[in-house]
Design a protein around this ligand. Structure first.
Ligand code: 0X9
Ligand code: ZN
Ligand code: ZN
Length: 305
């Protein structure tokens, strides 16, 4: 059965997506943005008060990397909190009245399913290409942003394989198409990974500072302070290349260069004790503290529309 404090399988998440979107039809709707390589649907949930005019929006995805299980857990938590606090929490109410939040609970569905059934430490997609016996590409090296120029591999057997071309992975193409299609309304892009307790922003494909560097840093530091206020969890903020490592082809840099100014990558708990194997007992505190950071960013974006 589905639980917000457990790591749910894809089958359980898929049923949860179906039931949550019909039981709260006033605030939530769903749309399939395409299928994965293995044919599973990629469903985006739209959270927001129904409105006659088109609203500005935030796009958030979880589960780009298969083994980072805390990430899909956070997207599920976010949807639950949005629905359950709308009408009582003034910030959530105002956010969902004025904006829509698009949530993709699991980006790399095939990989996520594979980590439950075969290999817990799988990272990439599960695509097959002729000329190699290795599976998949790293979806966060497959976006068209300095593609395969740094911190990525052209070896199909590497965990950071950039793919045969930008957007060669159907999951990446589906998300990129959705964001391009909704480019005029999407004001922020948030992508959830683990682990290391970092709040990153462009660029990662170059050490050059983004045109909006000081504003992106200011908002990241405010969000990190909000996160820390709950349980004291310390986050480091900064541009990806200098803060974690140079790595091209990431979704954050791609969204930013497309024109989505507020583009952030979270690396959730922890700093390495458990790493990707974060115990289920940490799902609730991790999600509660991360909510504060995401809501901080959302409030800033909303104020600056
Ligand atoms: O390497 C990554 O893709 C991310 N770290 S992870 O351990 N979750 O794999 C960091 C992504 C930072 N942004 C870009 N490299 N564009
Ligand atoms: Zn990741
Ligand atoms: Zn809560």
């Amino acid at each position: 059965a589905h639980s917000y404090t457990k790591y749910n399988t894809w089958d359980t998440i898929q049923s949860w997506i179906a039931s949550i979107s019909t039981s709260n039809s006033d605030l939530i709707s769903k749309q399939v943005i395409g299928n994965t390589f293995e044919g599973r649907p990629m469903t985006v949930l739209k959270l927001g008060k129904r409105s006659s005019s088109t609203k500005p929006a935030i796009f958030m995805d979880c589960g780009i990397h298969a083994r980072e299980w805390i990430s899909p857990a956070f997207c599920q938590w976010f949807v639950k909190e949005a629905l359950s606090t709308y009408g009582s929490d003034s910030q959530m109410t105002s956010l969902l009245n004025q904006m829509d939040v698009f949530v993709l609970p699991v980006f790399n569905v095939d990989g996520y399913d594979f980590t439950h059934k075969s290999n817990r430490m799988w990272r990439k997609t599960r695509s097959r290409k002729s000329g190699t016996n290795c599976f998949g590409a790293d979806p966060n090296r497959n976006f068209n942003a300095g593609w395969c120029t740094a911190g990525a591999s052209s070896n199909p057997c590497s965990d950071t394989y950039c793919g045969s071309t930008p957007e060669s992975e159907i999951e990446v193409k589906n998300v990129a198409d959705f964001i391009r299609r909704n480019k005029s309304i999407i004001k922020a892009y948030i992508t959830i990974h683990s682990y290391s307790q970092l709040l990153l922003f462009p660029y990662s494909y170059t050490y050059e500072l983004a045109a909006d560097h000081s504003e992106l840093l200011k908002v990241a530091e405010g969000a990190s302070a909000a996160l820390r206020s709950l349980y004291g969890t310390a986050y480091t903020s900064g541009p990806g290349a200098a803060t974690i490592y140079p790595a091209a082809g990431g979704s954050d840099d791609w969204a930013y260069d497309l024109g989505v100014k507020y583009s952030y990558t979270f690396e959730l708990r922890d700093t390495g004790r458990y790493g990707f194997l974060l115990p289920e007992s940490q799902i609730k505190p991790t999600c509660e503290e991360t909510m504060l950071a995401v809501k901080y960013i959302a409030a800033y974006v909303q104020k600056n529309l």
